[in-house]
Design a binder for this molecule. Structure first.
Ligand SMILES: Nc1ncnc2c1ncn2[C@@H]1O[C@H](COP(=O)(O)OP(=O)(O)OP(=O)(O)O)[C@@H](O)[C@H]1O
Ligand SMILES: [Mg+2]
Length: 222
């Protein structure tokens, strides 16, 4: 079991909406090995983000089992889950989610603030920014950066904690074609360095970068 970072067994997610229920995810099973670069594709509303939320422990499945590194997530309370996220999971979003008042360096420091005993992480932060090619932008504010650079900061923030898993939900969705390409190339480079990455994308070219693509329809893997 240990070679698998992620083991999802028939996980479903339903949302209560007034009198009805929306089932966003229907008995999805998925195993992801350490070091994989996996793309999730599928039409709008097919459940890609819902799956990413569950894999990232931002939310729990309504049924089924999810094991992260062999640990059954359904047994953890909210505090344990947020500690687990801060320790193991790096998130990258379409709209970057940087804090505008904080410098590049301070933005990358954020995940460390959730740790129970914050010690000095300065070296890890600078190294992560160097890995994404932003070693020369440490004291800039987000508004002084291009979109591609902002996404690189977000990727450095995900990387700095040395995560078990990076989850990126449409990381190139707000970028022009060329910049999007360079971000995908960066993920590929990180993958070659051994980082485990799950990527939601609409870019049909992503197949060239990813070892495995799963397609979703109506809450299921097809
Ligand atoms: N918090 C929520 N409450 C109710 N329904 C939700 C919620 N989140 C998602 N859904 C529903 O679940 C389904 C899957 O949504 P999801 O966001 O996972 O799709 P997606 O594949 O990420 O789409 P997109 O490509 O547009 O981002 C949709 O029908 C959506 O309306
Ligand atoms: Mg989505």
């Amino acid at each position: 079991m240990d070679e698998y970072v992620v083991v999802a067994e028939e996980i479903s997610k339903s949302y209560q909406m007034g009198f009805g229920t929306v089932t966003a995810l229907k008995e999805v099973s998925l195993k992801i090995k350490r070091g994989e670069l996996l793309a999730i594709m599928g039409p709008s509303g097919s459940g890609k983000s819902t799956l990413m939320h569950l894999l990232g422990c931002l939310d729990k499945a309504s049924s089924g089992h999810y094991y992260l590194q062999g640990e059954d997530i359904s047994l953890l309370d909210d505090n344990a889950l947020s500690l687990l996220r801060a320790t193991y999971i790096g998130f990258v979003f379409q709209s970057f989610h940087l804090i505008p008042q904080l410098t590049v360096l301070e933005n990358v420091e954020i995940p460390f603030l959730y740790r129970p005993n914050p010690s000095s992480h300065h070296a890890a932060i600078v190294t992560a920014l160097e890995r994404v090619g932003l070693g020369h932008r440490l004291h800039h504010l987000p508004r002084e950066l291009s979109g591609g650079e902002m996404q690189r900061v977000a990727i450095a923030r995900a990387l700095a904690i040395n995560p078990l898993l990076i989850l990126a939900d449409e990381p190139t969705g707000n970028l022009d074609y060329e910049t999007g390409r360079s971000i995908l190339a960066l993920f590929e480079e990180l993958h070659q360095q051994g980082v485990t990455i799950i990527l939601v994308t609409h870019d049909p070219n992503v197949g060239k970068h990813c070892q495995r693509i799963i397609n979703m329809r109506d809450g299921k893997i097809v």
